[in-house]
Design a protein around this ligand. Structure first.
Ligand SMILES: Cc1cc2nc3c(=O)[nH]c(=O)nc-3n(C[C@H](O)[C@H](O)[C@H](O)COP(=O)(O)OP(=O)(O)OC[C@H]3O[C@@H](n4cnc5c(N)ncnc54)[C@H](O)[C@@H]3O)c2cc1C
Length: 427
């Protein structure tokens, strides 16, 4: 079997790339490998479905460049395909007086990134969302934020690429790579020769890149996103998404609300360390050697305590337990009590990329390339929002490999370069 393009992974990124490639090269043969029985069983089917507006990201980052446009395109795609979309807007509120400068930075960054944002005073906040609070009285209002329906998007997109002539293979796990021979072997033994391979394997992308001999200094650290649901009879009426003002150094969103398109209000997600690429529950998905490697990298970050990582680890660790989670919710929504929370089955894993050369957790998407393969590493939020322009960006890199200059990276943790955080400054 041979194919011009081989895409590994049928999450939102793999499917969006298949769609874009087929548009650009209609005659090319494209195979998408998916190890599960259907697309979207991992991050793309387990996320919050928020179409982020693009206000958080450093102006020179790929995330800033792709997210705003991605949100517009993803919203339009929902409308075009009759998929439910909740255009509810988002409020960002400071939970402590010390968050005031972070709010100002977010405001400036939103403006720099071309995102529509308004400042609210105490009265404005009370009128828009009476259930929340602000430690300073002020808040930010981002009217363009919306919530989509990831499961419907994945299904419709998979149907679309199939109809366009892409071969979408489920239960087809890539097991081995012979990069020199441009050949992969699947778990069930079949061999595929490829012209060009694109690795969009999400939580497994670093491991697969290493098999191609690419990006060996990048390893993945998974962080677990747990949710709770707000009971429908809790008597808490929320009209918009409500988020705490985040510390831009870490890019961790904090516990927030998501009003899903089926009417359920989710609280979360957490970002607690996980010890396996598919460590969703109990010890399932934990492999001892890999877990030890992850633990070692986490301990290294904890000991250096750069950019507030130690406090973040402590905070997130407490949220693993119902009591700590409830405290975080109450900081945002004081009228929510323990009896208002119901467990949610949804749990996702954020694949954060740790750069071993710098000892740093990276914030941006990373694209690594050689002559016959391209690898998308660290496709964390907002990759779902950004999927369509990200797919175009990838295709441009394939067509013009010279364009693949290394992306400038913001880091969560940069012990050797504490002064280099210029991108935290307002644009
Ligand atoms: C809790 C949580 C909340 C989030 N909320 C948002 C949000 O509100 N908005 C937003 O924009 N983003 C959000 N994200 C991020 C977003 O979900 C991801 O960035 C996006 O889904 C990544 O898509 P992907 O296609 O790269 O990965 P995935 O969806 O994980 O797809 C990768 C696919 O590759 C397959 N695969 C892996 N290894 C192999 C192999 N060896 N052979 C064949 N197939 C393989 C997997 O089975 C999988 O289907 C969230 C993420 C999490 C975890």
């Amino acid at each position: 079997m041979s194919s011009d393009f081989l895409i590994i992974g049928a999450g939102i990124i793999g499917l969006a790339i298949a769609r874009e490639l087929k548009r650009r090269q209609p005659a090319a043969s494209i195979v998408v490998l998916e190890k599960e029985a259907e697309p979207g069983r991992h991050s793309s089917g387990r996320n919050s479905g928020v179409l982020h507006s693009g206000l958080y990201y450093a102006p020179d980052s790929l995330k800033a460049r792709l997210c705003r446009q991605g949100a517009l395109e993803m919203a339009a795609w929902h409308v075009e395909h009759g998929i439910p979309l909740n255009r509810c807007g988002k409020i960002l509120t400071p939970l402590a007086v010390e968050d005031a400068p972070h709010m100002e930075r977010l405001y400036a960054r939103a403006q720099g990134n071309g995102v529509r944002v308004e400042k609210l005073d105490a009265q404005g906040l009370k009128e828009l969302e009476p259930e929340t609070r602000s430690a300073t009285g002020a808040a930010l209002w981002i009217p363009g934020a919306a919530v989509g329906t990831p499961a419907d998007v994945l299904k419709t997109l998979a149907d679309e690429v199939r109809k366009a002539g892409v071969a979408l293979w489920n239960n087809a796990e890539l097991a081995r790579v012979d990069a020199a021979a441009r050949q992969v072997t699947l778990k069930h033994g079949e061999r595929i020769h490829f012209g060009y391979a694109i690795n969009a394997a999400g939580l497994h992308a670093d491991r697969i890149a290493h098999q191609f001999g690419v990006g060996r200094h990048y390893v993945l650290l998974p962080f677990k996103g747990l949710y709770w649901k707000l009971k429908a009879d809790a008597g808490i009426r929320l009209h918009h998404l409500v988020y705490p003002v985040m510390d831009l150094r870490t890019l961790t969103l904090g516990i927030h609300t998501t009003s899903a398109t089926d009417g359920v209000i989710y609280l979360g997600p957490t970002a607690v360390p996980a010890f396996g690429r598919e460590h969703y529950q109990g010890l399932h998905g934990v492999r001892p050697i890999e877990a030890l490697r992850m633990l070692r990298d986490l301990v290294r970050m904890f000991l250096h305590d750069s950019e507030g990582y130690r406090q973040q680890a402590w905070q997130e660790g407490r949220r693993y337990f119902r009591r700590g989670f409830l405290e975080a919710v109450q900081a945002l929504l004081p009228n929510v009590h323990a009896e208002h929370l119901a467990p949610a089955a949804k749990v996702g894993l954020h694949p954060r990329i740790f750069d071993r050369r710098r000892g740093a957790l990276l914030k941006d998407f990373i694209i690594e390339q050689d002559a016959h393969s391209l690898h998308i590493l660290g496709a964390t939020s907002p990759a779902w929002t950004s999927a369509f322009p990200l797919a175009r960006h990838v295709c441009e890199h394939i067509e013009n490999p010279g364009a693949s200059a290394p992306e400038k990276q913001e880091t969560d943790f940069a012990p050797h370069d504490r002064t280099a955080r210029t991108s935290d400054a307002p644009p």
